[in-house]
Design a protein around this ligand. Structure first.
Ligand code: NAP
Ligand code: ZN
Ligand code: ZN
Length: 346
């Protein structure tokens, strides 16, 4: 099927209009008319080949919301017209231990990313949600609660699940003390979700102008981190710190803010290596862990939790012709807190 989208042709070129073919819906497939797609910082890292794995042309976008247009004969869960979502991956081996335990995001043979992978035929590149339609295997399609604003729900498919999954994994609950580093797309969802679990949340940010927002999002405290010694008074305070910073930064100061046995959760994916001081870990038996999006079962659980609590992302709508501007403004931290593209305009 002829599909319209936006692509980059190299690491240094801007995005522009791009037409390509998608497969028509097979027996297990759901064909989706894309309504909205969020702009994740990973789209920018990838478009600019900052992780060294991009092939071109490249169509970004893995925070996809749309309506079902057509289903294959083996699809029962989804009906024409239903509102659905697609996140960061569209297939996996389904036979390894991770896939069999609902952790497709950690598929041991490598999952098929929504963009930047080869499809199961081994030759067709996958193209993302900066486009007007997509065809996805039913297992990787999510049911999106109708009562959520669809544009605001789009970022739940990456920023939402990426923060929900580790908060659940480490058992964040009423009374947990959590800090969130970096108040961007992921960071603002981490604040909303941790607060919805009953945690006491502190935002650690370099941007003074985000203080009022942090409180509105559900944070109890805001600490400006770009002054000397800003973290000293926070020593041994948090059960966990969720680090969403997209560029190289210090993690040893934040590690000292963890209680004994506390965990620093690395979600940001700066291309550079981060420095880790042994002393920041061994004093306090602290841990550093990483986390990559979330499995399909947990993504559905997160969407249902957001439906029940009325949680969506704070967004600024944009149009295809302004995607390059959205990239530049995201890099400057000049968006509150996620751009979402109106995909009906492709
Ligand atoms: P974003 O909206 O650009 O937010 C990143 C935030 O980090 C900024 O708002 C800023 O917050 C802070 N920051 C940025 N540059 C900084 C610097 N040089 N020093 C200190 N702080 C800085 O990005 P995002 O979409 O939330 O993504 C964040 C990172 O997570 C990216 O690297 C992305 O690729 C990665 N990611 C990982 C996963 C996963 O599965 N693990 C999933 C999605 C995205 P303040 O102004 O408040 O300090
Ligand atoms: Zn993402
Ligand atoms: Zn697998």
């Amino acid at each position: 099927m002829q599909t319209k989208g936006y692509a980059t042709q190299s690491a240094t070129s801007p995005l522009g209009p791009f037409e390509f073919e998608r497969r028509s819906a097979g027996d297990r497939d759901v064909q989706i008319a894309i309504e909205f797609c969020g702009v994740c910082h990973s789209d920018i890292h990838f478009a600019r080949n900052e992780w060294g794995m991009t092939t071109y042309p490249f169509v970004p976008g893995h925070e996809i919301i749309g309506r079902v247009v057509k289903t294959g004969k083996d699809v029962r869960k989804f009906k024409t017209g239903q509102r659905v979502g697609v996140g960061c991956f569209v297939n996996s081996c389904r036979t390894c231990g991770s896939c069999k335990s609902d952790n497709e995001n950690y598929c041991e043979t490598g999952f098929t990313m929504t963009y930047g992978s080869l499809d199961l035929d081994g030759k067709t590149p996958t193209y993302g949600g900066y486009s007007n339609q997509i065809v996805v295997d039913k297992h990787f399609v999510l049911d999106v609660p109708e009562k959520l604003d669809p544009a605001g729900a789009a970022p739940l498919l990456c920023a939402g699940i990426t923060t929900y999954s580790p908060l659940r994994h480490i058992g964040v609950t009423k009374g947990s003390r959590i800090a969130v580093m970096g108040l961007g797309g992921l960071g603002h969802m981490a604040v909303k979700l941790a607060a919805s679990f009953g945690a006491e949340v502190t935002v650690l940010s370099r941007s003074a102008d985000k203080q009022a927002d942090a409180k509105k999002l559900g944070a109890h405290e805001f600490i400006l981190t770009n002054t000397d010694g800003a973290l000293n008074k926070l020593a041994n305070r948090y059960d966990a710190i969720v680090d969403t910073i997209s560029a190289k930064h210090d993690i040893n100061g934040p590690l000292n803010c963890l209680k004994r046995d506390g965990t620093l959760v690395l979600l940001g994916a700066p291309p550079e290596t981060l420095d880790l001081s042994a002393f920041a870990l061994i004093f306090g038996r602290r841990k550093v862990m990483g986390s990559l999006v979330g499995g399909i079962r947990e993504t559905q659980e997160m969407l249902d939790h957001c439906g029940a609590h009325g949680i969506t992302s704070d967004i600024e709508m944009t149009t295809p012709d302004r995607i390059n501007e959205a990239f530049e403004r995201t890099l400057k931290g000049d968006v509150k807190y996620r751009f979402v593209i109106d995909c009906s305009k492709f």
